[in-house]
Design a protein around this ligand. Structure first.
Ligand SMILES: Cc1cc2nc3c(=O)[nH]c(=O)nc-3n(C[C@H](O)[C@H](O)[C@H](O)COP(=O)(O)OP(=O)(O)OC[C@H]3O[C@@H](n4cnc5c(N)ncnc54)[C@H](O)[C@@H]3O)c2cc1C
Length: 384
């Protein structure tokens, strides 16, 4: 075998997994474009929603934190963390921990006896007994079916944008009422676009409104973990993924939903005060009319705009991984689009592991966030 494990992906989960496995002497191959999703699929002008302690990419010696990055490079920033600084931090982490990373895409993963054959974009082939899929959410953008198949000139997903300045002076409708929608609306407005938010929630939920709950000493400690995922009490529970996954599914699903339901970071509220928000509405039809797009809402009103940005999030669906060969997917047990994982984040295909969002169905909402990298990497080690 060429390597003990092939890690597919170089975002927070791939990098952290690689650093931990390497520190234990496991022979790794790691492939991907470091931090590409953050660099190319999030809008310039965005700030991280996670707080400082929840935004370190975990490393085995705790020597590659945001604080170490700042101290070593002289980068000057505080919370909320600017997107570009986080991209720089991830790339710095990669150069420090995993200089051997190959900036190439994995094109195919096939079964090969008891292991796998991995084909790379540059034409080379690799044999390995284990693969970790850590390709993030880029494969999973989701939009309501009314918007599907519309031309990108008129309707795009929030993940299609890294530079919203092209909408300067345009009329743009943003669909959604979570952080991505609010980020897009705030940044569009800063470029002088005329923006309206249309969302199906009854109201915008703002996080950070109960700051006093974090100042109660030991009581706060009982209510909140440092992972910054979920409200009081649920925050503690999701911090123990191996406990969370033993709960009945009828509890896990509502708790997960409650932990990651759409919400906006409170500091944005004043900057969005002048943005019209039409809430408690859904879009019933989308028509392209020349260079404009017409929406009908379920209150029988209409909107006409230059462009619609659909910021309705991501849904895990492993059938969208074009790189997984049928020889693998046929044996892969899934539920609600996610692989069903056990100890070591291992799937029903022996030796095939998943980290990040696809692991959240099995291990809970922590696995959607940077702060889940510590758990994911430590759990992976159990398989080696
Ligand atoms: C707008 C937005 C804001 C967010 N803000 C936060 C936040 O503030 N805090 C937080 O904790 N989480 C945030 N998240 C969630 C965030 O996406 C995850 O925390 C994080 O990106 C997960 O890391 P990852 O390593 O799983 O995936 P990613 O960061 O998406 O990395 C995926 C990697 O896989 C690589 N890749 C993909 N396909 C292949 C292939 N075929 N071959 C090789 N490589 C491949 C890519 O090049 C990339 O390197 C945000 C998400 C969005 C959409």
């Amino acid at each position: 075998m060429d390597v003990d494990v092939a890690i597919v992906g170089a975002g927070p989960f791939g990098l952290s997994s690689g650093a931990y496995l390497k520190s234990k002497g496991v022979g790794i191959g790691i492939f991907g474009d470091p931090m590409s999703f953050w660099r190319d699929h999030m809008p310039a002008g965005m700030y991280l929603r996670s707080n400082w302690p929840a935004s370190h990419i975990s490393d085995p010696g705790s020597k590659l934190t945001l604080d170490h990055f700042k101290a070593e490079t002289g980068a000057n920033f505080e919370k909320p963390i600017p997107l570009q600084q986080f991209v720089n931090y991830g790339q710095w982490y990669q150069q420090k921990a995993l200089p051997e990373l190959q900036r190439t895409q994995v094109e195919k993963i096939e079964k090969n006896g008891s292991g796998f054959k991995v084909s790379l974009e540059d034409g080379s082939l690799l044999k390995t007994p284990r693969v970790v899929v850590a390709t993030g959410i880029a494969h999973f953008p989701w939009m309501p079916r009314e918007f599907e198949g519309k031309p990108k000139s008129h309707v795009t997903h929030s993940s299609d944008h890294k530079d919203l300045s092209r909408f300067r002076g345009k009329q743009v409708i943003v669909i959604g009422s979570g952080q991505s929608a609010l980020d897009a609306a705030r940044i569009l407005r800063s470029f002088g676009a005329e923006v309206e938010i249309v969302g199906r929630q009854k109201e915008i939920r703002w996080v950070g409104q109960n700051a006093w709950l974090h100042r109660l000493g030991p009581i706060s400690w009982c209510l909140y973990s440092n992972f910054d995922v979920g409200p009081a009490a649920i925050s503690r529970l999701v911090g123990f993924p191996n406990l969370f996954r033993r709960l009945p599914r009828s509890l896990q699903d509502p708790l997960s939903h409650r932990a990651i339901r759409p919400a906006g970071t409170g500091w944005q509220k004043p900057q969005l005060a002048a943005v019209p928000m039409t809430l408690d509405r859904i879009v019933t039809s989308v028509d392209i009319q020349g260079d404009r797009v017409k929406l009908k809402l379920n209150d029988s009103t209409e909107r006409i705009a230059d462009h619609v940005i659909v910021a309705t999030g991501y849904r895990a669906d492993v059938s969208r991984y074009k790189f997984l060969d049928a020889s693998v997917t046929q044996a892969l047990r899934t539920d609600a689009g996610s692989p069903v994982l056990g100890r070591g984040l291992e799937s029903s295909v022996p030796g095939l592991h998943f980290a990040g969002k696809p692991a959240a169905w099995s291990f809970g909402p922590l696995l959607n966030f940077i702060s889940g990298t510590h758990f994911a990497a430590s759990e992976l080690l159990k398989a080696f």
